[in-house]
Design a protein around this ligand. Structure first.
Ligand code: GTP
Ligand code: MG
Length: 228
């Protein structure tokens, strides 16, 4: 199934229909992006999983520590959808691949997104740094959601520890979540929408302050009068 078909089915028919917003779910390798979209999506998610080979799961960002059972990896994108009835919104969820060799897809996947979830693994927190930098440098509002994998030996970070470790701005929301739990994943998405809205209002106010007022039409007509 092509994701364009999913979008086509949700073009609003009237002004009362939910507004569609694009959201990206990004983050390092194996942090639970595909899991989160699968958990929260109200349609059968589109996924592009391929079997992990030893060559692709070797070192660096592709470490399998803590996710030794992981057998597949996203090679293009994940796509899912969720309706937020209360907010009258439909969120179109685009998951990125985590492996570094597929990062070239991130620009297309992020195009037109109102915001991003940067998913982090509590055991490999700093692996999400590249995603934080990616969205920061493109001025895409994002929240950091720490997927608290259930491993007994996993250290539980507080939100403030995560903020400090990732050098996040004070206003960036940091949430703790379980990517497998639909309610938890939905909470992350609702928080992102709310944060992206507040960022867009702030930016609009800043633009209004910095935009010079248009030339006065009265001034223009008096100029005309002076030449007649
Ligand atoms: N034990 C445990 N396993 C989890 C949890 N969340 C995800 N997993 C597993 O961790 C692995 C990674 O999940 P994925 O959803 O494929 O991660 P991803 O970020 O999409 O991975 P890439 O697309 O390859 O970057 C999978 O094997 C999941 O079953 C969790 O909270 N606890
Ligand atoms: Mg994936």
């Amino acid at each position: 199934m092509c994701w364009r078909q999913c979008l086509r089915g949700y073009e609003p028919m009237s002004s009362d229909d939910p507004i569609a917003l694009k959201i990206v779910v990004g983050g390092g390798f194996g942090v639970g992006k595909t899991t989160m979209i699968g958990a929260v999506s109200e349609i059968k998610p589109l996924s592009t999983e391929e079997t992990l080979t030893s060559a692709s799961s070797g070192t660096g960002t592709d470490r399998l520590e803590g996710i030794e059972n992981k057998a597949t990896t996203t090679v293009a994108l994940d796509f899912g959808r969720i309706t937020l009835q209360k907010q009258n919104l439909v969120l179109l969820l685009f998951g990125t691949p985590g492996q570094q060799r597929f990062w070239f897809t991130w620009d297309d996947l992020s195009l037109g997104a109102i915001g991003a979830v940067v998913l982090a693994d509590t055991r490999r927190l700093l692996d999400c740094f590249a995603a934080v930098e990616y969205f920061e440098s493109r001025d895409v509002p994002f929240v950091v959601a720490v997927n608290e994998f259930d491993a007994d030996d996993a250290y539980r970070y507080s939100s403030e520890e995560v903020r400090e470790a990732l050098e996040l701005r004070a206003d960036v929301p940091v949430l703790l979540c379980d990517a497998r739990d639909p309610a938890s994943a939905k909470h992350v998405l609702v928080s992102l929408v709310s944060y992206a809205h507040s960022v867009s209002l702030r930016r609009a106010r800043e633009r209004a302050v910095h935009t010079p007022p248009p030339a006065s039409p009265l001034q223009h007509s008096s100029d005309l009068g002076a030449t007649s």
